[in-house]
Write a protein of this length. Structure first.
Lengths: 363, 222, 468
């Protein structure tokens, strides 16, 4: 499937020059599964038949790299790697969007009117039915710590989570976790002690759960996990009851966008009632807007989970996460805590001194 | 002679009529502009006596109208205002003489007579004063119908005095007439005057000297 | 002629507006710069706070400075206005320990910061940035090298704050100007009330009310009020003089009219044609005198009260003298006298004057001579050129007047001490007025015991003629 998708992207890319009849092309560079986003893109094309949309689906780090590509800048950049997006905006790669939609967008989900968080995706735990047979499934972070400590041997190699090295999203989530409580490091130690497998993306974790390799996953993207659970009954999704991080996909118009008008139309569509309605109704990305009704809305999630949703703040503090020395220092601590109670496992490669994640795709 | 008097004061108008009629004139009196204008357009007059201060307009306007029409009837202006401006304006507009009120009837009669004489001259080209007459065309002067045989300069002097008879003939005018514009002695003119005086002796006429001003041919008063 | 040249109100308003505008421009420029300074100070202190926060996070590990940039510092840098932020921590050699943008810090800047914290403005990718750098002497186990902390952000917040502060300043200023304008209008009403009061009083005055003003005026208007008062006084005096003159004139006219009345009344009562004839002769003579008196009074009134001199002109005095003599010589009244002209200077002699008045002057002198001399008297007019003046004289060989009477000759209604002749005595007074109008001098003398009178008039020459 990934191969097919990539092929599709390449095909589209190859076709793009021949689509010269399209008087109004638009290039979107996105870290967003095309399958997930398909209803949204279809709705956009239906609403703007004159715009020829080219949707390129890449990893967050690839997307980040393409922003700085001066020769061939994209029109719109979408990514879930919030600190990296923020950093690019701070570097001046975004242009301001002046529109009623942009102005009406909630303050907490935008920055400088240049970058907008247009989804509301909770971070969840997921477990396999097998886990429930042996123990009470965790409902909170503390439960998880207790479980990992008390059933260390039962759960050995059965736990999975994001690799902070290979995934920008994973790194961001752990950073955010660490900001909320110092007990997070006990959890890291416990995960290290159970020999937790660190994956580069949510899909791998879900596949592992379905295949039975993993019983328990921590810090999965709720949007993907919920869709997965619907078709895989052996997988259960648990929104943490103490607090649940919420990630937002951030979109901005590139400063040097070759087709700024189309780009503005696209963003206005994303932020507008119609786009958000599609997000709420046909994708698991959750709509930010409170005036949109559907199975996947921030409001409905709040109603279900309560007020324990903690969106990762969309402000300058995100820039600290991409600070190299801070990142180095965080990773150093991660390694130290992760291996505190376990033997070094060189085969995992986690303790390697690589400081850049750029070359690793998220998925 | 037919005279037109335009005067609104009834006392003066009656006096004028009574004074001028015995001299052999027909006098028409009008008290208003409008009537006078009609009368002037209608018939011939030998002299107009015009009062400037009329109830229905300034007499000067009437005078201007008259002269614009090319009517050369002599006009004597009568006015209570003796302002020099009125006088100058009146003469500029073509009035022939000017008399300020109050005036004596004798003076009025003299002026009227002089104006009528001038009017007469224009008619028959003869200068007449009392028994004296001068035909400018033939150059013959007569006294009581007798031809006066006069040398040229005396004839010229007589003609000059007759032209202004009744009023003073300026000395300079007579000198120019007799001697041209050349320099002459102060007594040269006096010589011819005394010669002429002798010829006019016992004719009822005399030449009166006005020192420094000129001479006047006048009737001897009894 | 009153020419209306704007109103006091608009004049005051104009000057106030001009000064307020000039002052306003200065104030607004000052307000703009002080708003800018205030905004700069406010945001500069944010930069300082962020730098200090970062400084707190610097540690030394293995002889190297290590910094975990605190999120708080970045949020302080970003401010409420969500500025783009820059930070860099440089070690002693200028190498970046930590930082986020490739904004280069020049060695010159580093030198400046090493002596004291510095604020700078810099342009980065077409955007204006405000930078702040400070040096930190951090103590470590191995080294004590200084570390420089640089922070910066874009300037939209400063601009916005400047605008807000400036707007407030402008609003305050506009309100102040409006208040000042209203106060000025009120003040002007109060200040101008004396003028209004005076105007009101003058308007309510009767036309013949010449009393002094009775009003309160401020010091600035005293002069005007006093001028008005003196004008009223002069008018009152003029009016009184006119009334006096009219009364005198009426009295003068009444006397001969009374004579006419009595004479004609007597004649009507009589049946004798001789008596009628005598009465009529008296009536005729009296009527002539009366009308002469009236015309003399008219002349005098014209001379005395026509204050605005009619236009004077250059006049050939000799021609005028000749013309006047010629005119009078022909008149009926002068037939009994020998009026003549002495030989005159050969060239024209010009004086400045009014011809009507000069004719009147000479006419009066001739008339006087005719009246106060017996028939057959010789009256001679002449002119003599003197160095400074032109003398015009009129001489008669009549009885003359006594020397003591000569002095009184100019007063109206003075008859030279004689009651026997006709005439009002106004003639010489008219003559005197005209002489004074022409800045001339008059001299009256009786040359010898036997009588005779000579009146000499000395006129200044027409000045331009003299110069030319």
């Amino acid at each position: 499937m990934p191969i097919r998708r990539v092929a599709l992207v390449w095909l589209l890319g190859a076709l793009a020059p021949s689509l010269a009849w399209a008087d109004n092309p638009l290039v979107v560079e996105a870290a967003l599964d095309r399958e997930v986003a398909a209803p949204l893109l279809d709705a956009f094309e239906a609403a703007h038949p004159n715009i020829q949309l080219t949707f390129r689906d890449h990893s967050t780090l690839e997307v980040d790299a393409r922003v700085a590509d001066e020769d061939n800048p994209p029109d719109v950049v979408i990514s879930s790697a919030m600190p990296w997006q923020m950093s690019r905006v701070n570097e001046g790669y975004a242009q301001r969007l002046e529109s009623p939609e942009a102005r009406a967008w909630p303050e907490w989900a935008k920055w400088r009117d240049e970058v907008f968080g247009f989804t509301f995706e909770p971070i969840v735990m997921a477990y396999r039915l097998d886990l429930a047979r042996h123990m009470l499934p965790p409902k909170t972070h503390a439960d998880l710590h207790t479980l990992l400590t008390q059933h260390r041997e039962t759960l050995r190699d059965k736990v999975t989570s994001y690799s902070p090295v290979r995934s920008g999203v994973g790194y961001s989530l752990f950073q955010q976790d660490a900001r909320y409580t110092t007990r997070f490091w006990d959890l890291v130690t416990a995960m290290g002690a159970t020999g937790t497998n660190l994956e580069a993306n949510t899909r791998s974790m879900l596949e592992g759960l379905s295949e039975g390799r993993y019983w328990l996953g921590y810090n999965l993207l709720g949007s993907y996990a919920m869709v997965w659970a619907q078709s895989h009954p052996e997988v259960f999704v648990q929104v943490p009851q103490d607090y649940s991080l919420v990630m937002m996909r951030m979109a901005f118009i590139h400063r040097d966008a070759p087709h700024p008008a189309a780009a503005r139309a696209f963003l206005d569509f994303l932020l507008g009632r119609e786009g958000q309605r599609v997000i709420a109704g046909e994708t698991p990305l959750f709509s930010v807007r409170s005036d949109v009704v559907g199975p996947y809305t921030a409001q409905r999630l709040r109603d279900q989970v309560g007020e324990r949703l903690y969106p990762i703040p969309l402000n300058a503090s995100l820039l600290a996460f991409v600070d190299s020395s801070r990142r180095a220092s965080f990773m150093e601590r991660w390694q130290r805590e992760f291996h505190r109670l376990s033997r070094p496992e060189p085969s995992q490669g986690e303790q390697s001194t690589e400081s850049h994640i750029d070359k690793f795709p998220q998925r | 002679m037919r005279l037109l008097v335009i005067e609104d004061d009834p006392l003066i108008a009656r006096s004028l009529e009574q004074a001028l009629t015995p001299l052999g004139n027909t006098v028409d009196v009008f008290t208003h502009h409008a009537q006078a204008r009609e009368a002037l357009q209608g018939g011939h007059f030998d002299l107009v006596l015009l009062d400037l201060g009329l109830p229905d307009g300034n007499g000067l306007t009437l005078l201007a109208e008259l002269r614009q029409r090319g009517d050369t009837t002599p006009v004597l202006i009568l006015t209570a205002r003796d302002g020099i401006d009125d006088r100058v304006e009146g003469l500029d507009l073509g009035a022939d003489d000017y008399l300020a009120k109050p005036f004596s009837l004798a003076e009025l009669e003299a002026r009227v007579r002089a104006l009528l004489r001038r009017s007469q001259q224009r008619a028959d080209n003869r200068l007449m004063f009392g028994p004296l007459a001068f035909d400018a065309a033939s150059g013959v002067a007569t006294l009581d119908e007798r031809v006066l045989d006069l040398p040229r300069r005396e004839l010229l002097l007589l003609e000059g005095l007759l032209l202004h008879a009744g009023s003073i003939t300026p000395r300079e005018a007579l000198e120019n007439r007799l001697f041209g514009y050349g320099d002459v002695g102060p007594n040269a003119l006096e010589v011819y005057i005394s010669r002429l005086r002798k010829r006019l002796k016992d004719s009822g006429l005399r030449i009166r000297t006005f020192r420094g001003l000129g001479y006047r041919l006048e009737e001897e008063t009894s | 002629m009153i020419e209306v040249d704007g109103t006091l109100k608009s004049r005051l308003a104009f000057w106030l507006l001009a000064t307020v505008s000039a002052l306003g421009v200065l104030l607004l420029v000052e307000a703009y710069f002080s708003s800018q300074r205030a905004a700069e100070r406010a945001y500069d202190s944010q930069l300082e706070a962020a730098a200090l926060t970062i400084a707190e996070a610097i540690r030394w590990e293995g002889g190297q400075p290590v910094v975990e940039v605190p999120s708080a510092a970045l949020q302080i840098l970003a401010t409420r206005h969500q500025e783009r932020v820059f930070y860099a921590v440089l070690d002693a050699d200028g190498h970046t320990v930590s930082g986020n943008l490739d904004l280069s810090i020049s060695p010159d800047w580093r030198r400046r910061v090493s002596s004291q914290p510095t604020w700078l403005n810099d342009s980065y990718h077409g955007t204006q940035w405000r930078l702040y750098g400070r040096e930190l002497d951090s103590a470590g186990w191995e080294t004590q090298d200084p570390v420089q902390i640089w922070v910066g952000h874009t300037m939209s917040g400063r601009k916005a704050l400047t605008e807000v502060l400036f707007e407030h300043a402008v609003t305050r200023f506009v309100i102040m100007v409006l208040l000042a304008g209203i106060l000025m209008l009120l003040a002007m009403r109060v200040a101008l009330s004396p003028i209004r009061r005076l105007r009101h009083q003058l308007r309510q005055r009767d036309a013949d009310d010449m009393r002094p003003l009775d009003t309160r005026v401020p010091e600035e208007m005293r002069e005007m009020a006093e001028t008005l008062d003196s004008l009223f006084t002069r008018q009152r005096e003029g009016r009184e003089a006119l009334l006096r003159f009219t009364a005198d004139a009426s009295h003068q006219l009444k006397t001969p009219l009374a004579g006419l009345q009595t004479t004609s009344e007597l004649a009507l009562q009589s049946d004798s044609p001789d008596a009628w004839r005598q009465a009529l002769a008296e009536v005729h003579g009296s009527a002539g005198r009366t009308s002469r008196l009236a015309s003399q009074l008219l002349s005098l009134a014209r001379l005395r009260h026509a204050m605005e001199a009619s236009a004077t002109a250059r006049i050939d005095a000799l021609a005028l003298l000749h013309e006047t003599a010629f005119d009078w010589a022909q008149r009926d009244v002068s037939q009994a006298h020998d009026i003549g002209l002495a030989s005159l200077p050969a060239s024209p002699q010009y004086i400045q004057g009014e011809s009507w008045a000069l004719r009147e002057l000479l006419g009066n002198l001739i008339d006087n001579a005719l009246r106060y001399t017996p028939p057959g008297s010789v009256i001679t007019l002449g002119a003599v050129c003197h160095a400074q003046t032109l003398e015009v004289y009129i001489e008669d060989d009549g009885p003359g007047v006594s020397s003591e009477t000569l002095a009184y000759l100019h007063h109206p209604f003075e008859r030279g001490g004689r009651q026997d002749t006709e005439g009002s005595g106004l003639g010489l007074a008219i003559v005197d007025s005209i002489v004074r109008r022409h800045e001339a001098r008059m001299q009256v003398e009786s040359p010898d015991e036997k009588g005779g009178l000579i009146v000499r008039l000395f006129f200044p020459y027409f000045t331009q003629h003299e110069e030319g």
